[in-house]
Design a protein. Structure first.
Length: 379
């Protein structure tokens, strides 16, 4: 295609009949990491999410204030927000075959693409968004593009109580941890995905083999547990700089089972949160547990942990047409970007004109050069 080529995609052009029953299957946990507060961008692998410590009595909480992250990976490592994903992946499984993957993305990007194909899924209306994209060999990588990666909530601002609720109902297991991310793979509509997503907390005591749960890959889990279990106190804090990168990694944390992962949502009691409000987010990451914490002017009653796996599977069955269109849109993005001479593009949705465009760009690579060699090393 000619430089600067733009391809416009309409909802009407997306045909969902290529896969009559689009569904997520073959879910595997690949890796995880926690961001560490440090001068150098530092992650702990495998890290560990904060532990859920529910309150048995009502609590009055202050409103959120101070700095909060919108996109922590980009805020902490703006040169390459996707680099931590690959560093954690290859530290956990050095022989991982990246050439078998069709799409690598943050959960947030897939949610945005789904919002385009099904605007009714947006509680507060479909908003404009931008996603950067790059093709490497047969893999297409989607990168979040946020104007603001963290924001300051001033004393006169109101953004709810979500961050204060999480701080009061969870406890960090790693000193100076500021956020935990999990990396999973699965098949969707005959495409192989790697998805990165932030985890709010985990529930202690989950077995990882609950009824109806999708199992971790035993080889990956065994390797992770053998080499990346909780670090001894003598090793904690010893981070290793990565040659050719600004990042550093330290071995610390513990792999937690997939059925222990928890998403936390807060909402005013007068505007209760319905499962459909968060179904897309939970579906993309296959998150099994949800807390819907309702409050009255910041006063929270005892929260309940819900197992939502069966309801998310029901949602998947009820939304086959929209999911088919999502798959068609992703295939369109893949074919379009692979056709660009630069193999780099930007996806922009304009909410005013209700148009989605994929435009070729010339841009610096997403990743450090040593990570691209992982595609070259594999047949």
């Amino acid at each position: 295609m000619a430089p600067g080529t733009t391809v416009t995609v309409s909802r009407q052009s997306l045909q969902s009949d290529l896969d009559p029953t689009p569904a997520i299957t073959e879910v595997k946990n690949l890796a995880s990491y926690s961001w560490i507060e440090a001068r150098t961008p530092t992650i702990a692998v495998p890290g560990i999410p904060p532990q859920w410590v529910p309150s048995k009595i009502p609590r009055q909480l202050p409103k959120d204030s101070g700095y909060v992250y919108v996109a922590q990976n980009a805020a902490r490592h703006p040169e390459s927000p996707l680099e931590p994903l690959f560093r954690a992946l290859y530290k956990t499984n050095p022989e991982f075959s990246i050439s078998s993957i069709d799409v690598v993305s943050d959960r947030n990007n897939i949610r945005k693409l789904f919002s385009f194909v099904d605007p009714s899924s947006c509680t507060y209306g479909l908003e404009s968004f931008t996603i950067e994209v790059e093709a490497t060999k047969n893999t297409v990588i989607l990168s979040r593009a946020e104007v603001v990666t963290r924001e300051f909530i001033g004393p006169n601002d109101f953004r709810g109580y979500g961050h204060e609720f999480e701080k009061s109902h969870t406890t960090c297991k790693i000193k100076d941890s500021t956020g935990h991310h999990r990396i999973s793979s699965y098949r969707f509509s005959n495409l192989n995905f790697i998805i990165r997503y932030e985890v709010d907390a985990y529930v202690e005591g989950s077995s990882g083999k609950a009824s109806g749960s999708r199992e971790l890959d035993p080889d990956v889990l065994s390797s992770a547990l053998d080499s990346l279990s909780v670090s001894s106190s003598s090793n904690v804090g010893k981070a290793t700089r990565i040659p050719g990168s600004r990042m550093a990694i330290r071995s610390e944390g513990q792999v937690v089972p997939p059925d222990s992962i928890l998403e936390i949502k807060t909402r005013a009691a007068r505007k209760p949160l319905f499962l459909n409000d968060v179904a897309v987010q939970l579906w993309v990451s296959q998150t099994p547990k949800l807390v819907r914490a309702h409050h009255r002017a910041g006063r929270f009653e005892e929260p309940e942990v819900e197992d939502v796996r069966s309801r998310i599977r029901s949602w998947e069955c009820e939304n086959q047409r929209a999911l088919g269109k999502l798959a068609a849109l992703i295939r369109k993005i893949i074919s379009t970007v692979k056709g660009f001479d630069s193999r780099k593009g930007v996806i922009k949705y304009d909410s005013i004109r209700d148009t989605l465009k994929i435009t070729e760009v010339n841009r610096a690579p997403f990743l450090p050069m040593d990570l691209y060699s992982k595609w070259n090393d594999q047949k």
